[in-house]
Design a protein around this ligand. Structure first.
Ligand code: ATP
Ligand code: MG
Length: 583
């Protein structure tokens, strides 16, 4: 289905975009040139924390605000780059003194408080590996990830420790220390008060030589398709973070940026922490959870210029039927980007209508470490498309053959595996303790993403679905995204998840689980209306044959619809790993 394109008037933008001529930037791009934006460690090599904090604190950005923090109870705190340098040095001294070494994994289980962000950079300064956990995980998912990543240390709060960690700590014999962010005193010789240790620690710290290939972060995937995987990243990933900050998020020196993702997910670390600081801009953090009024107030009061969020949040705003420009002054907002799930065209138009800005979709994964395919502020949006590959990234649609080779599909519109040419700087360097799975992700010189997509004749990529979610019905291959997007256009529909249900005649039958907007009743008439609506939009072969109304769809805590759970529930099968299920 074709949706109306959104053409850009570049001359009307408040600042000149960093990327103007896509083709030209692609032609002249080199990763080595990106490297020239970094200083390098005085002791040798490349360290994320030096490039994100220290080099700014040592130079003209010393007094600049690096972090504006909003606490959930209305507090507001700010940190300059110099403040962050001192605090992260202290933190690095604390863990160094405790004997934490290079490569050892230190986990963070914390609400979005400043100590989390200080901890991340302090851990990197000590050349240890930072592994973030989502604070709302229960004990079992925490144990699973800490065991899986050989946790040596944990930064957390008293409340989270007592509630979630105390009961599992016996099962973690390698855990050397727990640092409690808000404990006034040490509890014993292993469970320590961070403030006490920070008080005693020096503000000076020298980062030891760091190889760009040294492991920096361990991130667990969202668990949408199965058991979450531990993904290894290295310090050199900042090349991608810098380049995407520049070309996709269009960072300019005076920008105020807000990424709404939690650092428990890769977006919240790569873009909620690293990318904005690499550019020396001001980063906004909100401790609280989604709330429409609060979010618009932050966008207004902090004069946010660039906003990075997710389809799930945008759909929530759409569902609430808000009209933000009536009540808020969002005139500083220049660019909205979205990631994590397919962005329905309806959401792009909603942005145009309600915020006077389109929402720009971009695609990437925990494994890619940074944005790979994007819509750019200066370029036409084809709603429903993820956009075009980042300069420096070669993406293709490929078909895997039985003999272990892969053929690049050049025919526009033909579905296949979305694949990337390996070698970009933030490419994952392994699945922790699963070398075999890592190797299997590469086929005939391509990294196979596990997502299916197609390319149009102008090189725009269109998401079809995850390989696991594809529906085979009456000889057609149907991607859930297309069906979901069509139903989203109906005024009653707030959210849709589409699956294939086994059917003796047609192989699989398309079934849609629909949650309704406020004010709509889940009646049989509405079901029939939706089935008719789907047929008109999609044709009989692709349209859902069955509709079921649900209050909410099962989602990961990062907001992704878990179609595998819809399927398991429908078929009465075991649910599998539900550690990331939003409860
Ligand atoms: P798991 O690998 O454990 O099943 P996951 O794939 O959801 O979980 P992430 O790495 O957080 O874990 O998510 C990446 C996936 O999210 C992509 O492979 C893709 O399926 C989906 N995704 C991200 N951005 C987009 C987008 N713009 N359009 C469509 N899908 C997207
Ligand atoms: Mg995945």
């Amino acid at each position: 289905m074709e949706y109306k394109w959104i053409e850009k008037d570049v001359g009307a933008l408040p600042v000149k975009p960093n990327l103007l001529d896509y083709e030209e930037v692609r032609r002249s791009f080199s990763w080595d040139d990106v490297g020239k934006n970094f200083e390098g460690l005085p002791s040798g090599g490349l360290n994320i924390a030096h490039e994100a904090i220290d080099r700014h604190a040592n130079g003209s950005l010393k007094e600049k605000l690096a972090l504006i923090w909003h606490g959930k109870n209305g507090e507001r705190k700010t940190y300059t780059y110099e403040d962050l340098k001192k605090e992260t040095n202290r933190f690095a001294n604390v863990i160094k003194k405790l004997g934490f070494e290079k490569g050892e994994r230190i986990y963070i289980l914390s609400p979005r408080v400043p100590e989390l962000y200080i901890g991340v950079m302090g851990i990197l300064k000590n050349r240890s590996v930072m592994c973030p956990l989502f604070a709302q995980f229960g004990p079992e998912p925490i144990l699973q990830r800490m065991e899986g990543g050989d946790a040596k240390g944990l930064l957390t709060t008293e409340h989270l420790y007592d509630k979630k960690v105390a009961g599992i700590v016996d099962k973690l014999p390698d855990l050397k220390y727990v640092l409690l962010i808000d404990a006034k005193e040490h509890r014993d010789d292993k469970i320590l008060s961070l403030p006490r240790l920070m008080e005693e620690a020096s503000e000076e710290f020298e980062i030891l030589p760091t190889d760009p290939e040294d492991m920096s972060l361990l991130h667990f995937t969202s668990g949408t398709t199965g058991k979450p995987k531990g993904v290894i990243h290295v310090h050199k990933a900042i090349y991608t973070h810098w380049a995407t900050g520049y070309y996709v998020l269009d960072f300019h020196p005076d920008d105020i940026f807000w990424c709404t993702a939690d650092p428990g997910w890769v977006t919240g670390t790569s873009y909620g922490i690293i990318a904005p600081w690499l550019h020396g801009i001001t980063n906004v953090i909100d401790e609280a959870e989604f709330n429409a009024q609060r979010w618009f107030s932050i966008l207004q009061d902090e004069k946010v210029n660039v906003w990075y969020t997710a389809p799930t949040a945008i759909r929530r705003l759409m569902r609430l039927d808000v009209d933000p420009l009536k009540d808020y002054d969002l005139s500083n907002l220049r660019l909205i980007q979205s990631v994590g799930e397919p962005l329905n065209p309806e959401a792009v138009y909603w942005g145009m209508e309600k915020l006077k800005l389109p929402i720009h979709d971009n695609w990437w994964q925990t494994e890619t470490g940074g944005i790979m395919i994007a819509n750019y502020i200066s370029q036409t949006i084809r709603p429903g498309s993820m956009g075009r590959p980042l300069p420096g990234i070669e993406a293709a649609i490929v078909e895997q053959n039985d003999d272990g080779t892969a053929t690049v599909i050049t025919e526009p519109g033909k579905h296949g595996d979305l694949a990337l040419k390996p070698g970009w700087p933030s490419m994952f360097r392994g699945y922790l303790h699963n070398e075999e799975k890592y190797k299997k992700s590469f086929v005939d010189g391509w990294y196979i993403s596990g997502d299916l997509a197609y390319m149009d004749k102008d090189g725009y990529f269109w998401f079809v679905g995850r390989a696991d979610d594809i529906i085979k019905t009456s000889g057609h291959m149907v991607g859930p995204f297309e069906v979901e997007s069509a139903l989203m256009e109906h005024p009653a529909v707030a959210e849709v998840g589409v699956i294939g249900v086994p059917d003796p005649v047609i192989g699989q039958k398309v079934k849609a689980f629909v949650s309704l907007k406020e004010g709509y009743e889940p009646t049989d008439d509405l079901k029939r209306e939706l089935i008719g609506f789907g047929r008109k939009k999609l044709g009989v072969a692709v349209a859902p044959k069955e509709i079921e109304f649900v209050d909410n769809l099962p989602k990961t805590r990062s907001g992704k619809i878990m179609r595998r759970l819809l399927k398991a529930q429908e078929l009465g099968l075991p649910l599998g790993d539900t550690s990331t299920l939003e409860k």
